[in-house]
Write a protein that binds this ligand. Structure first.
Ligand SMILES: Cc1cc2nc3c(=O)[nH]c(=O)nc-3n(C[C@H](O)[C@H](O)[C@H](O)COP(=O)(O)O)c2cc1C
Ligand SMILES: [Mn+2]
Length: 482
């Protein structure tokens, strides 16, 4: 299987980014304590190239790579597409690849797996040997795992899960982090291992190839090791862990193996979160006990800095959550023109374009979206008609403020599932993940007489096709550049 022109590890991806001007190599030493985090944050806020840190204070031999996928351009590069591809082009390609047949990983021998170049076991497996950054001031500790994934396996059906669940260093041998109960790992750990009081083997994979990262934070119903293969167009190479039967990507930079401990919690957080706020208090959370650490020669840490959008977390989650909603609506035969979740909304707001074929179509769309298993993550749906470009924020704002009736166009859903991180929710509602939802219906009612429907006054709506074509053909001749 030849696959797409993709990068098998972050080393190749870093070279790819450099080729397209999407990398800044930082040769000067940087401090893991806030400095590296502050640089990555500013890079996200200014939409700058990824920083590649060559020298980290106290950690000779280690390097770090920040904001790996914080722009659509870097996502296009990761997918092996033209770096200037538009968002709809990237979205169509993603849907095409992820609607194909699952591609299972292939197991390679340990000798062929760079992630085994250094193996630390027993007392040597000390988390402080790794340059976990203090990402934001005010964080509850050093977060070693900010752009990574946790591998786990269902004890009954053997299903593999790769998911991104943040992990803070507690001591040399312990990490701690939140695992939401509706996540795949949450359902597996709290639903199966905890009732049996059985430790759950885990492996945290830090700094894998870029597409494994895309898969790990995608809300995919397909196991993410196969989903990565679909994105790559060929199998990802995995290798067996040192201390359990799990398999991890052979070309990853750093692997941490161990057990998730049932019926024990340790306090974790606060942390700067994807919503752009610090919402979750320091509270008892899920405990990971470490048995082994393996890494490549001169390992490259990956560092993501969550905060005000956009960083890769919000960009990729918005992208993939929106596209899962597209697949859902299409599977139900709704005549949508597309779905786009704005990354600036930190995946809270979904824009759906539709041909308003019948009355109530916007409500039907919102009911499907809010009835889906992914609905805890978002709470605003804007439905626009096919005259609005869903990817154009200006057009969406225009439709919202002109077509949505402030009373009859807004539909509220109370008592809905949310997350503990919703900044608008009261502390009590956050504790119980209690949410609420809203639909903004920006379609004109179909029962209005045709003559009374306001006509949109724009270049492509009020001029005859011939005039539009003539003007576009002559545009440069008139003296305009674009
Ligand atoms: C950077 C980043 C950090 C995340 N941290 C957590 C976390 O700490 N706990 C959690 O439950 N979900 C977290 N998520 C969301 C999950 O990764 C997301 O739900 C993903 O789809 C999990 O996959 P699953 O469907 O296999 O559960 C995070 C996402 C990103 C992008
Ligand atoms: Mn999953």
């Amino acid at each position: 299987m030849a696959g797409y022109p993709i990068y098998k590890d972050n080393r190749e991806f870093i070279k790819g980014l450099e080729k397209y001007g999407e990398l800044v190599t930082v040769k000067q030493e940087v401090d893991w304590d806030l400095e590296m985090g502050a640089i990555v944050r500013r890079v996200c806020e200014k939409k700058l190239p990824s920083p590649y840190f060559k020298k980290i204070k106290d950690y000779p031999g280690f390097e770090a790579f920040g904001a790996p996928l914080a722009t659509y351009k870097r996502l296009a590069i990761a997918l092996g597409m033209d770096p200037d591809s538009t968002v709809p082009q990237i979205a169509d390609e993603y849907v095409r690849r992820t609607s194909s047949e699952p591609i299972h990983p292939v197991v390679v021998d340990k000798k062929k797996a760079p992630c085994k170049q250094h193996v630390l076991l027993g007392k040597d497996a000390d988390l402080f040997k790794l340059p976990g950054p203090m990402v934001h001031d005010g964080d509850g500790g050093r977060y070693l795992c900010t752009w990574h994934f946790v591998v786990s396996q269902d004890p009954d059906n053997g299903m593999i899960n790769w998911g991104m669940y943040r992990q803070m260093v507690f001591d040399e041998k312990t990490m701690v982090g939140p695992v939401l109960p509706f996540s795949d790992m949450g359902k597996m750990f709290y639903g199966k291992y905890v009732p049996r009081n059985k430790p759950m083997p885990f492996a945290s994979v830090i700094s894998c190839d870029p597409l494994a990262g895309v898969a790990a934070c995608a809300p995919s119903p397909i196991p993410e090791d196969q989903f990565t293969g679909m994105l790559m167009g060929k199998p990802i190479e995995v290798v067996k862990c040192e201390t359990c039967d799990l398999e991890v990507p052979a070309h990853a930079e750093i692997i941490i193996e161990g057990d998730v401990i049932p019926n024990l919690t340790i306090e974790e957080a606060p942390f700067g979160e994807y919503t752009g706020y610090r919402t979750s208090p320091r509270e008892p959370r899920t405990v990971y006990r470490v048995k082994a650490i393996t890494y490549r020669d001169n390992p490259i840490m990956a560092v993501s800095n969550m905060g005000v959008p956009t960083d890769e977390g919000q960009l990729l989650r918005s992208f993939s959550l929106g596209l899962e909603m597209r697949k859902l609506l299409e599977s139900q035969g709704i005549p949508i023109t597309g779905v786009f979740m704005l990354p600036e909304s930190t995946h809270h707001l979904v824009v759906v374009g539709v041909k308003p074929a019948y009355t109530g179509i916007a409500t039907q769309i919102a009911n499907l979206i809010y009835g889906s298993k992914l609905s805890p993550w978002f709470h605003m749906v804007i439905v626009v008609d096919d005259q609005t470009d869903i990817y154009d924020k200006d057009e969406v704002i225009h439709a919202l403020s002109t077509k949505c009736h402030p009373i009859t166009g807004i539909h509220k859903y109370e008592n809905a599932p949310g997350t503990p991180l919703n900044p608008f929710a009261s502390p009590e509602d956050r504790r119980w993940s209690k949410g609420a939802k809203v639909l903004f219906d920006c379609t004109f009612p179909l029962n209005w007489p045709k003559s009374d429907v306001p006509i949109k006054v724009a270049f492509n709506t009020v001029y005859p096709k011939e005039i539009q074509e003539k003007v576009l053909t002559n545009w440069k001749k008139y003296g305009f550049k674009d």
